[in-house]
Design a protein around this ligand. Structure first.
Ligand SMILES: Nc1nc2c(c(=O)[nH]1)N[C@H]1C(S)=C(S)[C@@H](COP(=O)(O)OP(=O)(O)OC[C@H]3O[C@@H](n4cnc5c(=O)[nH]c(N)nc54)[C@H](O)[C@@H]3O)O[C@H]1N2
Ligand SMILES: Nc1nc2c(c(=O)[nH]1)N[C@H]1C(S)=C(S)[C@@H](COP(=O)(O)OP(=O)(O)OC[C@H]3O[C@@H](n4cnc5c(=O)[nH]c(N)nc54)[C@H](O)[C@@H]3O)O[C@H]1N2
Ligand code: SF4
Ligand SMILES: [Mo]
Length: 717
């Protein structure tokens, strides 16, 4: 299925005979690392002899998912495009690292400097001393996966594990179901019970909310499970039987084990379905035998009666759909969270009914269209370069061997498409690393971010309305086109042009390093008619017509069954069956740490006007949200003689920051929260929340435990 034959370039009107202003609308798609991938329409005005100007950017009413609505961040996207703060030219550092003092240089000077430094580093330390570092700042296909893999593979640079977001969800779920394929979230329209388990839909995935509301209008009940009483939890209406359940962070697996205990104990499992489509039921039954609701209650701090009721509701209100997204993977046991969650629909046979099952990222459906090898060209890699995990950046940059490897330390850091000083855990270690005199740093950015301030060379990047691309959604089944609406301003280039220029400067000659964007799209999506996509604006990835991805009970594991017990996990040294292991940095974890730092810190996405770290610096975004603060319960505040508005110090063994206090009823005692996304300049002491967060990796899947962070709070010294 495709869109309504909408042309990307409609001449709308010709006005004013004297000036001949041409007005046209250009269809595009939001590139942000957000599940919604909204369609938009840009209005562009042209007068002769001047560059076209985008005058309006609004939701595209014909987009099947976003249906004409954007969000408080992107409604003001043109302020971002035309911001006076926008980087438009290459810059060279003239002050100390981090000072933000730069001079403008030409592209030729920048490329000469970069290639000289890269050749020097490679000669002195080997190519693995070069660390490419990027994420999904622009998650469009060409921007995200374009030529960078080929360029650094050909160089033999260290390879980056890009698993800070979402990968662990899939890794966990795959161990149970054989792949990360789940329910299309729009199928929740057919659910009669919807459990939002660790996702803040109304904030982070707002275009799914109408689907949830439709289901509720048809009588569906809503359960929200989150350690924070979020905006989404505020939608719970207990008068109609909705429920908000507030476990301690990192403890949900215990609750899931107790839910399974009750399902089995009270005869609520679908025994025929379990017999036909699962493997290891007896082992699972033994594993949950001791997990009474009373035992789980002690771990999660949720009443045993609530857990028992949840199990009964889950089995009896049907179809029952569980929705999760990324939040819960950010724990030391993050992969096991999703592996265990995926066992629940198997015990009740929820997959058999339309609207039943488990939805998460839809990436596995949309991205299955990508020919990854054609795009990344692993055949062009030289040597057998090591891989390093992006979430360990602080350790990598400060360690003489870049961490637990015997390879070289990092001497060149090439960063684009992300802002790690603000977004990676244990950020002060990253900052210390970036201050090293023997590290050469290049940042390709739209703005002078906290990370760019540490660069030796800053290169200017385009925005989404300045280059064609394709956006494969991870929140719906849509694959969307993005037409460039205006020319790249100043000397900005998109991510692929950056690597074409770098390849030429390095003296590389392999033709595949110079493919144009159109060629890359066609190579990457061989089964998709790119020309048709260009004119329709969107198409929908293949998905079963009856809405039930596993309606016939045939799963993606080698056995075709749901693995309640897993040989594969055992071979990895992990528990065969769902098991609760308390996070080291959490209640029930390291007793010394708990005694020193008794509070659990969450640092969530919180502000409607922010998208990760990308908007807090803009005048209509940051100031309108006030500023950073620490939220804590009245009980925790009183215990520390802190009152609303006081400046508090929040600290642990990694760092310390100062923020104003906000007393809240959204959090239970023992749990505090600081919103994330603010930059150093917004904090009085020049640090951000990630100065405090835990960079321990998840047990498998390569994710990171941001949200197992213990702290203490008090008055500043
Ligand atoms: N407005 C806005 N929207 C965004 C973003 C943004 O910055 N701003 N960022 C985008 C990105 S990159 C992503 S990945 C998505 C993420 O989308 P979500 O996964 O929905 O959002 P998160 O805030 O990461 O986490 C969701 C919830 O998980 C909860 N949580 C944390 N630990 C636990 C736990 O142990 N158990 C349970 N049950 N819940 C837990 C948090 O309190 C939070 O409310 O949002 C995207 N959308
Ligand atoms: N404490 C805490 N930390 C977190 C999280 C949390 O919830 N709490 N969430 C984590 C999650 S889920 C994620 S996904 C990460 C996000 O971490 P990042 O990916 O670092 O976050 P963004 O703010 O989305 O960074 C996007 C940057 O890319 C730039 N950019 C946009 N488009 C382009 C382009 O086309 N080219 C180039 N070169 N640059 C471009 C933007 O200007 C912006 O500065 O943060 C993680 N960090
Ligand atoms: S940030 Fe998300 S909600 Fe906002 S326009 Fe982009 S895709 Fe839509
Ligand atoms: Mo993310």
């Amino acid at each position: 299925r495709t869109g309504g034959g909408h042309s990307g370039h409609n001449i709308m009107s010709m006005t004013d005979a004297a000036l001949t202003t041409t007005v046209r609308t250009v269809q595009g798609t939001c590139h942000h690392d957000c599940p919604d991938s909204c369609g938009w329409m840009v209005t562009v005005e042209e007068v002769p002899d001047a560059a076209p100007v985008a005058v309006k950017l609004r939701g595209w009413s014909e987009h099947p998912y976003s249906a004409g609505e954007l969000c408080p961040k992107v409604n003001r996207f043109l302020d971002r495009v035309y911001s006076p703060e926008r980087l438009l030219h290459p810059l060279r550092r003239v002050g100390p690292k981090g000072s933000g003092e730069f001079e403008q240089i030409t592209w030729h000077e920048a490329l000469t400097d970069i290639s000289a430094n890269l050749h020097r580093v490679i000669d002195e330390h080997g190519a693995e001393a070069v660390l490419p570092y990027s994420d999904a700042g622009n998650q469009s296909l060409v921007s995200l996966m374009g030529l960078s893999g080929r360029f650094f593979g050909h160089m033999g640079a260290t390879k980056l594990v890009r698993a800070i977001c979402g990968v662990t969800v899939g890794a966990g779920m795959s161990k149970t179901m054989g792949s990360p394929r789940g329910l299309d979230p729009m199928e929740h329209e057919h659910s009669k019970l919807i459990i939002l388990w660790g996702t803040n839909t109304r904030l982070t995935n707002r275009h799914l909310w109408p689907t949830i509301e439709t289901a509720r209008a048809n009588g569906a009940r809503l359960v929200v499970i989150d350690p924070i009483r979020t905006l989404t939890a505020d939608a719970v209406n207990s008068a109609v039987g909705d429920q908000f359940i507030q476990p301690l962070p990192g403890t949900d697996i215990a609750m899931m084990l107790a839910v399974m205990h009750v399902l089995i104990r009270d005869g609520l499992t679908n025994d025929d379905w379990v017999a036909d489509h699962t493997l290891g039921f007896d082992e699972l039954r033994a594993a949950v035998a001791d997990w009474t609701p009373e035992r789980a209650a002690e771990v999660c701090s949720v009443d045993a009666t609530v857990i028992t009721q949840l199990a009964h509701d889950y089995a009896t209100i049907r179809p029952a759909g569980i929705r999760t997204l990324v939040g819960p993977e950010h724990h030391e046991n993050g992969a096991m969270f999703h592996r265990t969650l995926a066992c629940l629909p198997a015990l009740t046979g929820a997959w058999a009914e339309r609207g039943g099952g488990l939805s998460k990222s839809t990436g596995a459906w949309t991205e299955s269209n990508i020919d990854v090898d054609a795009m990344l060209r692993p055949d062009m890699e030289v040597g057998d370069a090591r891989t390093l995990n992006m979430s360990r950046l602080g350790e990598i940059l400060t360690h003489p061997h870049a961490g637990e490897t015997d390879g070289p330390g990092i001497h060149a850091f090439i960063n684009w498409n992300c802002n790690p000083v603000v977004t990676t855990p244990n950020a002060e270690a990253t900052r210390r690393g970036l201050l090293r005199d023997d590290l050469f740093t290049v940042v390709h950015e739209q703005f002078m971010t906290d990370t760019a301030r540490y660069a030796d060379i800053v290169l200017p990047a385009t925005t989404q309305i300045e280059a064609d691309d394709i956006v494969l959604s991870w929140g719906s089944l849509h694959i969307n086109y993005n037409h460039a609406a205006i020319d790249p301003p100043g000397e900005t280039v998109n991510n692929t042009e950056l690597f074409r220029r770098l390849a030429a400067a390095m003296g590389y000659t392999e033709p595949a390093l110079f493919d144009d964007d159109d060629t890359i799209m066609r190579e990457a999506l061989p089964a998709i008619d790119i020309d048709a996509l260009r004119s329709s604006g969107w198409l929908r990835a293949d998905y079963p017509d009856d809405g039930r991805p596993f309606g016939d009970g045939d799963f993606d594991t080698p056995t075709g069954r749901v693995h309640l017990a897993s040989d594969e996990l055992e071979a990895m040294g992990q528990p065969r069956v769902p098991t609760y292991v308390a996070p080291n940095e959490g209640p029930g974890g390291d007793a010394t740490l708990v005694a020193q730092f008794p509070l659990q810190l969450l640092t969530p996405k919180h502000h409607a006007r922010f998208l990760n770290s990308g908007y807090s610096h803009l005048p209509k975004h940051g100031p309108a949200e006030g500023g950073p603060f620490v939220e804590l319960s009245a009980e925790d505040a009183a215990h520390r003689q802190l009152a609303d508005g006081d400046v508090a110090r929040v600290w642990n063994h990694r760092g310390s920051i100062e923020v104003p206090v906000k007393i809240t009823e959204r959090l239970r005692p023992g749990v505090i929260a600081i919103p994330w996304g603010w930059w150093s300049a917004h904090h009085s002491d020049g640090k951000t929340v990630n100065a405090l967060t835990n960079d321990t990796l998840t047990e498998w899947g390569g994710g990171v435990a941001f949200w197992d962070t213990l702290v203490e709070v008090g008055h500043p010294a």
